[in-house]
Structures are given as C-alpha cells and as structure tokens.
Design a protein. Structure first.
Length: 149
C-alpha cells in the first residue's frame, strides 16, 4: 500500500457511472415493477452502498477510508439501467475505488434480479467521471456525453 500518512485530510468526492444493458423485455419489467424477484432498483441501490463500504476488502491495495456519504442512483432507460454513485469522505486518500465498486456491485445486483428475464444482460461503461478534493485537485472526464441514453 502507498503510505498516505503525510497527506493532509481534505474533503474528497468521487463520482462513477455505469450501465446494465438489457433486453426490451427486462426494461419493460423494470419499468412496470414486474421483476419476479422484486424491486430490482431498490436492491441495486442498497447493494451499491454496501459495495462502496466493502471496497478495501475486495481491492487488495485500497486503503480503508471512512465514508461520510454514499449516494447510488439507478434509472431505467431504454438501453437498460443507468447507475451513478457519488461517494464522499474527509480523509487522506480519495474514494474513486469506492465509487467504482458501488457502481459495479449495483450492476451485479440488477443482473441478479433480472437474470430470469435476460441471460444476456451485461455491465458496461463502469468508469470514474469526476473527482473533487485532494492534492491533485478537481478532475472531470473530458468526454461528458451521456453514453447511456
């Protein structure tokens, strides 16, 4: 692990996004609340939050970071389910891995919920789109087009 003990504690935020691509049948079931396993979007939100909290357990060299806020938003769109996670802390290192883990785990939860409807569902485009705070300052992905619509 990188030694971050000399770094200053600062407010830090990371935003990640991703997409679960799925069939029109699965999209219709998600929109109608007719997924056989239950409320897929609620499960995905909670799974994403839980995933962010477990990132250092899953990623061997990630630092344990005290998370102060995790906001996971899921939205059914024509292509599937758009996922956005924003993670905040005041610590010595950033929370990009936590945001990415939140998106990936939320996506896995969606797939688990809809797999009876769509065996071809896939998670795509998981990436950090923004970070704020820390020594390197603020950053935003240069290509901010919404690829999920």
């Amino acid at each position: 692990m990188v030694d971050v003990s000399a770094k200053e504690i600062t407010a830090r935020t990371a935003v990640a996004t991703g997409l679960v691509r799925c069939s029109a049948e699965a999209v219709a079931a998600l929109r109608d609340g007719a997924v056989p396993k239950g409320d897929a979007l609620a499960v995905a939100r909670i799974a994403g939050i839980a995933g962010a909290k477990r990132a250092p357990d899953l990623i061997p060299l990630a630092h344990p970071v005290a998370l102060h806020a995790v906001d996971v938003r899921v939205e059914v769109i024509d292509a599937g389910v758009s996922i956005r996670a924003e993670v905040r802390t005041a610590d010595r290192t950033g929370v990009e891995m936590e945001a990415l883990t939140a998106v990936a785990v939320a996506g896995l939860a969606v797939i688990d919920m809809i797999k009876a409807l769509d065996r071809d569902a896939e998670i795509t485009d998981v990436r950090v789109v923004e970070k704020r705070g820390g020594r390197s300052g603020d950053w935003q992905r240069g290509d901010q087009r919404d690829h999920h619509r």
